[in-house]
Design a binder for this molecule. Structure first.
Ligand code: NI
Length: 187
């Protein structure tokens, strides 16, 4: 199974609004499996389809330390959120190396479908609640840095754009030198 390339902020494709999944077929199952593999490899605790350039409402999450509690949420929807809020330090596979405080609802109830199209509900608190809200934001084209101040956002953009230019130069050098990519995924 291939590892998928993760888009990096401020790639405009991260800002697209994802469409609902309409076919619960083998393609969806394969995509979910590839997303899970990509998430574990990164490593991360959640990945949303827009991050791998698929504008569909698909999220994979595993906040367990043992990496054996994978959940796939298809067409998820938050149906209830607690009034109590909590600040947590968040990061994102699309915003590498950046962590900052974001305020979210402390508890949420989410309704979604599994890969077979069977509906289910999760009532979450702690890390799972944070992760669900973070990943569902991706489906609306929102990244956690959108909650930060314009000044912080500008600094993050500048830093990541500079890194991206360096990565491109490196790839170009490797190409000219006739070297293949060093790993399965472009880094
Ligand atoms: Ni993220």
């Amino acid at each position: 199974m291939p590892l998928l390339n993760i888009l990096r902020y401020p790639d405009p494709r991260l800002a697209r609004v994802a469409k609902p999944v309409t076919a619960f077929d083998d393609r969806l199952k394969q995509l979910v499996a590839d997303m899970a593999e990509t998430m574990y490899d990164a490593p991360g605790i959640g990945l949303a389809a827009p991050q791998i350039n698929v504008a569909e409402q698909i999220v994979v999450i595993d906040v367990s330390e043992s990496h054996d509690q994978l959940r796939a949420l298809i067409n998820p929807e938050i149906v209830w959120a607690s009034e109590e809020k909590k600040e947590c330090q968040e990061g994102c596979l699309s915003v590498p190396g950046i962590y900052d405080q974001v305020e979210r609802a402390e508890r949420v109830k989410v309704r979604a479908f599994d890969v077979d199209g069977k509906p289910f509900e999760i009532e979450a608190d702690g890390w799972l609640a944070v992760c669900i809200q973070h990943e569902l934001d991706h489906l609306k084209g929102r990244v956690f840095v959108d909650y930060l101040s314009p000044l912080k956002r500008r600094r993050i953009k500048d830093k990541l754009q500079k890194e991206e230019r360096e990565r491109q130069r490196e790839r170009e050098r490797d190409r000219i030198a006739g070297k293949g990519p060093l790993s399965r995924r472009e880094r």
